[in-house]
Design a binder for this molecule. Structure first.
Ligand code: ADP
Ligand code: MG
Length: 655
């Protein structure tokens, strides 16, 4: 029995929004189903909750579910739930108007937005939910009966400005939304939404973890013995003869949102299985992080640290591994707003309860709450890594092997977490050839009076170990970190300090090992030496002015005659090379030649210069001293042929 029909107008803002939604705000029309299923799921939640608090409601909550019905003849798709339903007034209030505050102002801005992208950006700030049905339907019929009431209401609209509303008797409690589908038009993004495979695909993609069953009658062709794979409740066909097409009801979604269950109820095997599903990895994860935040921004997060790095970790296409859900509805893959780039190896799911389903990547990036979620997740991941290090050094060593390089990117990107990241750094060191060290262990071994953490960068461990820069440090028993990854040079230079100790390259600046006890550092002796070399140094500086900016005496050498060092704030040769490789133009950075005043070659050079400052052999020897120092640190000679000729001449004359 149908009572009188009332025609009502959409609220002005609603009309505008409808137009926007229908006319190409969305590139992906499939999401209408996600929106309708999400509404149905909310309605089921509400009914369950309300019948708990109000036992007189008299609603049947024994089999709460969602049903999808595709009708080829009528070209309709219906989403039906047996949830809370809506009263007539609620219907007008909820569907006929946009109740959300600030909508009118927002629409004004959308109208003023120059293009579709800007409009979408704005519209992402609130849900359009139900209206998305009009992207795929030219008419929508909604029938609903509120739990606890006797009669129902029908609402119908073509989305053009008015809707009709009328009372309907005999409806079950709950809501059905019937879409009269527009014709299939692949150019316009309109798929065949009646096709079973299409419906399955959308449900799997967006609504798999909805906690209520999403059912659909599916066709099954059976030959001989009937198979009932995957169905929750097969219909009785009673026939198992030749090929027959039967209809049976199947639940399309898995409903298993592991992250929403209490941690104590999930087994390790279940976590691992879930990890393998979302990561397409076949190894178990190294670490599992499961957390829940309550309060004004609720979310659950289930994150995994893989045991092995993916092959494309350093490719440009490598993406963030975190998926975003909103109340168990899938929103997006690769949610870079939730995990910084340097933690792109972390896989998992974040389910935020208080976001709009329609949220865009751009909005997420700016959202204050999302940023605070991200900060918390980063702290959790870094904390988990740290705790592996404390508990199981061997396991940590493996993780560092896999992810150390990408974590070091964090030292450049994420200055908020410098200290936590430095706690994770593992480096080779002169202390123990067989084992890498943490900075913390280094600091514990620091000598009395040592204030800096010393390091030297180079291509290989052997090159670093045998570098002239190392001599005095080795002689005096100072530990030096051996950094051989190109990125080391960058972070070690940028990081201010660890635990109050600055990081100091032993190939840069002046070295003062401050050890007066062994006499060399003695101030008086130093002054005497300076005087002895007062003539040679300026002469050498000008003779080698094309190559170096200064020649000075060294306190870092014991056996080598000379070495080359950088000024404290100059760019290192490796960095220079890196920048050039990236196509950056820059003037060559000149460094400093340091001489070992105790070396026989240097004292002989001093005497020769004192005897005859115009000796034509002197500039050639200066060049050889510089060239050898460059070779010793693994550098490239600008003119190797010339160097070899000078050296050969010298050797010949010497024999
Ligand atoms: P949102 O879900 O973000 O609130 P929608 O446009 O999707 O926005 O839905 C508007 C409102 O209409 C919902 O908040 C809900 O109150 C009501 N509604 C929509 N679908 C249903 C349904 N299937 N059952 C009960 N109420 C519904
Ligand atoms: Mg909704």
């Amino acid at each position: 029995m149908v009572s009188s029909v009332e025609t009502l107008e959409f609220q002005a803002e609603t009309r505008q929004l409808l137009r926007l939604v229908i006319h190409s705000i969305y590139s992906n029309k499939d999401i209408f189903l996600r929106e309708l299923i999400s509404n149905a799921s909310d309605a089921l939640d509400k009914l369950r909750l309300e019948s708990l608090t109000d036992p007189d409601l008299g609603a049947d909550t024994s089999d709460l579910h969602i049903v999808l019905e595709a009708d080829r003849d009528a070209r309709t798709l219906t989403v039906r739930d047996n949830g809370i339903g809506m009263s007539r007034d609620e219907l007008v209030e909820l569907i006929g108007t946009i109740a959300k505050s600030g909508t009118a102002g927002l629409l004004q801005k959308i109208k003023e937005a120059e293009d579709a992208a800007a409009a979408q950006h704005l519209i992402g700030q609130f849900g359009v939910g139900f209206y998305s049905a009009f992207m795929v339907a030219d008419k929508v019929t909604l029938r609903t009966r509120r739990a606890g009431t006797a009669s129902g209401t029908q609402w119908e609209s073509d989305g053009e400005g008015t809707y009709e509303i009328q009372a309907v008797d005999g409806l079950p409690v709950g809501t059905s939304v019937t879409l009269h589908l527009k014709p299939v038009d692949s150019e316009d993004g309109l798929a065949d939404y009646l096709a079973e495979h299409k419906i399955r695909q959308i449900v799997k993609q967006y609504s798999d973890f909805i906690r209520w069953p999403i059912r659909m009658a599916v066709e099954r062709t059976t030959g001989g013995a009937a198979t009932g794979t995957g169905s929750e409740e097969g219909s009785d066909t009673g026939s198992d003869t030749d090929d027959v097409t039967t209809h049976e009801v199947e639940t399309l979604n898995s409903m298993k949102a592991l992250w929403a269950r209490p941690r104590s109820e999930v087994t390790e095997a279940e976590y691992n299985e879930f990890y393998r599903q979302i990561s397409h990895d076949w190894l178990d994860p190294a670490e599992t992080i499961h957390m829940r935040a309550e309060g004004n921004f609720e979310y659950e997060a289930l994150l995994f640290i893989p045991s092995q790095a993916p092959f494309d970790l350093f490719s440009r296409e490598s993406k963030s591994g975190v998926q975003l859900y909103v109340k168990r509805v899938f929103i997006m893959d690769d949610c870079e707003a939730l995990m910084p780039n340097y933690l792109r190896f972390v896989k998992g799911v974040v389910d935020a309860h208080d976001l709009s389903l329609n949220i865009s990547r751009e909005i997420l990036q700016q959202d204050r709450q999302i940023r605070s979620v991200r900060r918390r997740l980063v702290k959790k991941v870094l904390g988990a890594l740290k705790s592996v290090r404390t508990k199981d050094a061997e396991r940590y060593a493996k993780l560092w092997d896999q992810f150390g390089r990408v974590l070091k990117e964090g030292l450049l990107e994420d200055t908020d977490n410098t200290e936590a990241l430095l706690e994770l750094v593992s480096a080779e060191s002169t202390h123990d050839k067989a084992k890498k060290t943490s900075l913390r262990e280094y600091v514990e071994r620091m000598r009395e009076g040592q204030d800096a953490i010393y390091y030297l960068t180079g291509e290989t461990r052997a090159m670093v170990e045998n570098s002239p820069h190392m001599e005095a440090f080795a002689a005096k028993g100072y530990e030096v970190l051996i950094l051989t990854d190109p990125v080391d040079e960058v972070w070690a230079d940028q990081v201010p300090a660890f635990d109050g100790h600055r990081l100091q390259s032993i190939a840069k600046g002046q070295v003062d090992l401050g050890d007066a006890a062994d006499g060399d550092g003695d101030a008086e002796a130093g002054a005497r030496r300076d005087e002895e070399f007062a003539a040679l140094l300026p002469w050498l500086t000008s003779s080698l002015s094309d190559q170096v900016k200064q020649v000075r005496l060294s306190s870092r050498l014991t056996t080598s005659a000379a070495c080359i060092v950088g000024d404290a704030h100059d760019m290192t040769p490796t960095l220079e090379k890196m920048y050039r490789a990236m196509g950056q133009e820059m003037p060559p950075v000149k460094r400093i030649l340091e001489l070992n005043p105790a070396h026989p070659l240097i004292t002989a050079l001093r005497s020769a210069h004192a005897a005859n400052a115009d000796d034509p052999a002197l500039p050639e020897i200066a060049e050889l001293v510089y060239g050898s120092a460059l070779l010793a640190e693994g550098g490239d000679l600008p003119d190797p042929a010339r160097f070899t000729r000078l050296l050969t001449d010298r050797l010949t004359r010497g024999l």
